[in-house]
Design a binder for this molecule. Structure first.
Ligand SMILES: [Zn+2]
Length: 265
């Protein structure tokens, strides 16, 4: 049995909280033993997103990242398992297939209700308790907080969306999760560069974390960024981090964060 902590946390003093729920690559032995080789390849991981965002510690942000794979439990899905995008293909709270539709579990090894409940209590709830705790800490310091939920995905996933994604996919639950002027400030920064294509509230509008915590009237503003993976990594195994690409994105990321910080002071 494993006792790895369910998340990594670096606390900062600025009003920006970065959440990285899908970068984890750890699968405990008791889960791994029922899984297929497809699962063990971890293909749908938001690879290296914690590393990519670690450059923001010099802007004094708080960084919370998951240790466990999204194949164990998806921290960006509601605990009752309701769909985020009704009518569209998506993976579940405890997914049983990859984005490409390949089985994650061997025959008769899929998690049942008791195992799903155990994973909720062991992995999902601690991450969300940490998120809630950090939101409360930063609100006490600043009166408001900007929660940036950081993701990445392959540029093309035919089962999930048509064609090729823009590089930067911002989501604020159609505007409900974040003050309008904050998203506008981010879009102005995006508009002022020509390296990356971008869209707001397109295919990805923000998952459970953005929708659940984003509540501008109560001082919590949430923005999800779904980043196309060829901006910073190889999209085939071993999913290498690209030192020739990532720094360009990090320059822009720091501009986004600096712009948001200006709005909070
Ligand atoms: Zn993700």
């Amino acid at each position: 049995m494993s006792a790895m902590a369910p998340y990594h946390l670096t606390e900062g003093a600025s009003p920006i909280l970065i959440s990285v729920p899908h970068c984890g690559t750890y699968i405990p032995d008791e889960v791994l033993e029922g899984m297929t080789d497809e699962a063990k390849a971890l293909t749908d991981t938001d690879w290296h997103v914690d590393r990519l965002y670690s450059c923001l510690t010099d802007q004094d942000v708080t960084l919370l990242s998951a240790a466990h794979s999204r194949y164990v439990i998806d921290l960006n899905r509601p605990p009752d398992g309701q769909p985020l995008y009704p009518g569209q293909t998506e993976t579940a709270l405890c997914p049983v297939e990859t984005f490409a539709g390949k089985a994650l579990y061997c025959v008769d090894q899929e998690p049942g209700p008791d195992e799903i409940k155990r994973r909720l209590e062991t992995y999902w709830q601690p991450y969300h308790a940490a998120l809630e705790g950090q939101i409360a800490r930063l609100k006490a310091l600043h009166g408001q907080v900007l929660l940036w939920d950081a993701h990445s995905i392959a540029n093309e996933v035919p089962r999930l969306f048509d064609g090729r994604l823009p590089d930067l996919n911002f989501g604020t639950n159609g505007g409900l999760a974040c003050g309008e002027t904050l998203l506008e400030a981010v879009m102005e920064v995006a508009c002022a560069q020509d390296r990356y294509s971008y869209i707001a509230n397109g295919r990805f509008k923000g998952g459970y974390i953005t929708r659940h915590y984003g509540d501008p009237k109560k001082g919590t503003h949430a923005i999800q960024l779904e980043l196309a993976q060829d901006t910073y990594m190889d999209q085939t195994p071993p999913f290498k981090y690209r030192d020739d690409k990532a720094p360009h994105f990090q320059v822009l990321l720091k501009q986004f964060i600096a712009t948001l910080l200006q709005r909070f002071t």
